[in-house]
Ligand binder design. Structure first.
Ligand SMILES: [Zn+2]
Length: 673
């Protein structure tokens, strides 16, 4: 990378200074973690730059740097160009500029890419240097203004919501650089919020502010952990009061069950898909202020209800803007994916709940790779679990009916164009976390190298070598200048009943139960090796109309459908060139190891997320269902399972590939007896 060696020294020096900031915190003294009276949290994020991705993960970030993420200002200048309000211009002053920087900033600092860091700088600098006397940050407020370019949002510039995104940007900027101006500007802004919110609550200018207050809250608590300013707790309470009451709604009302425009009882109303992905973490963020068990229970119930009423085999839900049920051709928005990932990352830190880590990997290793093109120059607004064409056509979506599933820069709706960038960089940023016992935790797995402080402050490096999620083994090598005792926390996924850990070749004797975190504490010496083995077995899940999906380890599998791509001026469409209307055979479920043959390809592929390079394939038999055909540009209504087999339904060899490698796919299959 450009000037990587000079810059890495620069970033390495700053990692040390960021670490100092949390030294007053009561748990891990090396990093920013909760101070009293906030509830202690088991894990906390490391400074940006402490974790370096390697293997395909690094390649993925490099592709983003040369694709949309690194070049959005050239590709979408009418909104994120120099006239943007967050750069002092008269253009868009809403969420989209901050959205882009929310992903570009961590990407730039993880890759230590000087060109990208320079692109980020004006956005951060303008915000830091244009705070008003009374503490307001962001675009100069004017309530009604001419629209300088078509398609730009005419939203009130005082709206609290876009500031919440910029707060996340500033927080990350501090975590990457240690720039103390962030602390001063945030403190002043939060005093402004404390004065103004009673008059103009979070939802005053837009309902986004009310629904997404959890994002505001998490930055307030983060700053409190650094400064200990008591007024921040007062503000946190106020934000908690003014945010949509998620805990009560999840526990006591039926909002999640509703589809868009359905009216519920007791004021219940359907969720917006992205609001739910962002808002679902609010009870857990708030739990730090008031550690009552009901907040955690509410989120668990919410996930169960989402699964029940809208659940899809890829790990999210059917929702085209509003929640839209379990039908397997209902879309899932790109923003929903990356916001849910961020929510899971934050909830994992606060709870250490393995279910959140399992879910996070499910999204990162199945949905996230497939919603953008391999060159990261185009993306879908919606992806479908059963997606057999991606073409301009009327679809059964509430909105964006014709261009919802094609790949383009601005097709569907442009929020995703700006917001999608946070997915991979923040995932990389949570591959490793500091643990409350001054150790290190790998709770999601990916090839990487972490350098961090442990024990009494000794710096160690751990190299994580793996082809996960395609391989079952993860090898950790400790590098330290002197022997040091600390705990290495390793997640045992709920899907893995037969995990093994060895330390320098000798079996680890601790608890390796599925769905728990193994804690390997010992005196570590330079060159010590930990081998984690996570055997992956086949399993099934049932979905809409009793359809069946296949999973193996962290990956969901989908029918391999050959793709024909056509580039149009504004978008790319994809058509199938092989049949898709297959059912799986119920008889084959009795002995899946015999009926489903797993073949390993190049698990070390640097660009694994496409059909050409799919590192794992599974061969089995399928029955063609002549009555299951295209309808309205989508796979028609899925036949009820199991179907009684007819003689004219041919049994054929079929191939399954990882969902993330597919563009066209059947993921939930009908079955035949
Ligand atoms: Zn979006």
């Amino acid at each position: 990378m450009r000037n990587a060696s000079i810059l890495s020294l620069f970033v390495a020096a700053l990692v040390g200074s960021v670490a100092q900031a949390g030294s007053a915190a009561r748990d891990n003294p090396h990093y920013i973690t909760n101070r009293a009276p906030l509830a202690a949290k088991p894990y906390t994020e490391l400074p940006i730059g402490a974790i370096e991705p390697t293997g395909w993960l690094r390649r993925q970030l490099e592709i983003m740097a040369s694709g949309m993420t690194g070049r959005l200002d050239e590709l979408y200048p009418q909104v994120v160009g120099p006239r943007n309000g967050w750069l002092g211009g008269d253009g868009d002053g809403w969420e989209r500029g901050p959205y882009w920087i929310d992903g570009l900033l961590p990407l730039a600092y993880i890759l230590k890419d000087r060109t990208l860091i320079e692109k980020v700088r004006p956005w951060v600098e303008w915000t830091l240097t244009h705070q008003t006397e009374d503490g307001y940050i962001g675009p100069v407020p004017f309530e009604v203004r001419p629209t300088p370019e078509p398609g730009i949002q005419k939203s009130p510039r005082r709206d609290w919501w876009p500031k919440m995104v910029m707060l996340k940007v500033l927080q990350q900027y501090y975590m990457a650089t240690g720039d103390a101006r962030v602390i001063d500007v945030m403190t002043k802004y939060f005093r402004y919020q404390l004065r103004e919110l009673p008059k103009t609550p979070l939802g005053h200018w837009s309902f986004w502010g009310n629904r997404r207050g959890g994002d505001n809250l998490l930055v307030v608590l983060w700053l409190y952990n650094i400064t200990g300013d008591g007024f921040l707790l007062e503000l946190a309470e106020l934000i908690g009061e003014q945010t949509h009451p998620y805990t009560e709604i999840f526990l006591e009302r039926g909002d999640i069950a509703l589809h868009r425009y359905e009216q519920g009882v007791n004021g219940a109303s359907a969720f917006h898909c992205v609001n739910l992905a962002q808002g679902i973490k609010e009870p857990v963020i708030y739990y730090q202020l008031h550690p009552e068990e009901k907040h955690l229970r509410a989120v668990k119930k919410a996930f169960a209800d989402i699964r029940k009423y809208h659940g899809q085999p890829h790990g999210l839900y059917g929702a085209d803007e509003g929640m839209h049920g379990r039908v397997l051709t209902q879309g899932s928005e790109f923003c929903t994916c990356v916001e849910m990932m961020f929510s899971l990352e934050k909830m994992l830190e606060i709870t250490g709940d393995v279910a959140f880590a399992d879910h996070l990997e499910k999204l990162a290793y199945n949905m996230l790779p497939t919603q953008a093109t391999d060159d990261y120059m185009a993306r879908q607004y919606f992806q479908q679990a059963n997606q057999v064409t991606c073409a301009m056509h009327m679809h059964n979506f509430f909105d964006h009916t014709t261009d919802g599933v094609v790949f383009g820069l601005l097709t569907g709706y442009p929020c995703c164009t700006c917001n999608l960038h946070q997915g991979w960089p923040k995932f990389v940023g949570h591959l490793w976390m500091a643990s409350a016992d001054n150790g290190l935790a790998a709770l999601v797995y990916g090839a990487s190298k972490v350098t961090a402080k442990v024990a009494q402050g000794q710096t160690v490096t751990i190299t994580e070598e793996t082809c996960y999620p395609f391989s079952e083994s993860v090898r950790f090598t400790v590098s330290t200048s002197a022997a040091v005792t600390f705990a290495l926390h390793l997640r045992i996924p709920a899907w893995c009943g037969d995990a093994k850990i060895t330390v320098n070749g000798r079996p680890f004797g601790g608890n390796l139960e599925a769905g728990r975190i193994a804690r390997v504490e010992r005196p570590w010496s330079n060159g010590d090796i930990v081998e984690l083995t996570l055997p992956m077995t086949m399993r099934t899940e049932r979905w809409h109309e009793n359809s069946l999906s296949i999973e193996r380890g962290p990956l969901v599998y989908a029918l391999r459908i050959e793709e024909s791509w056509t580039a149009h001026e504004q978008y790319r469409e994809v058509q199938p060139t092989s049949p898709w209307n297959y059912a799986l055979l119920e008889a084959n479920l009795k002995d899946m190891d015999a009926a489903y043959t797993v073949a390993m390809g190049d698990v070390a592929a640097l660009e694994p997320w496409n059909l050409r390079n799919a590192p794992i394939t599974i061969k089995t038999k399928g029955a063609r269902l002549p009555h299951w055909q295209l309808y309205s540009g989508m796979a028609g209504p899925i036949p009820w399972s199991p179907q009684g087999r007819q003689d004219n339904w041919p049994i054929e060899d079929i191939t399954l590939v990882p969902y993330g490698c597919s563009t066209l796919r059947i993921t939930a299959f009908p079955t035949v007896r």
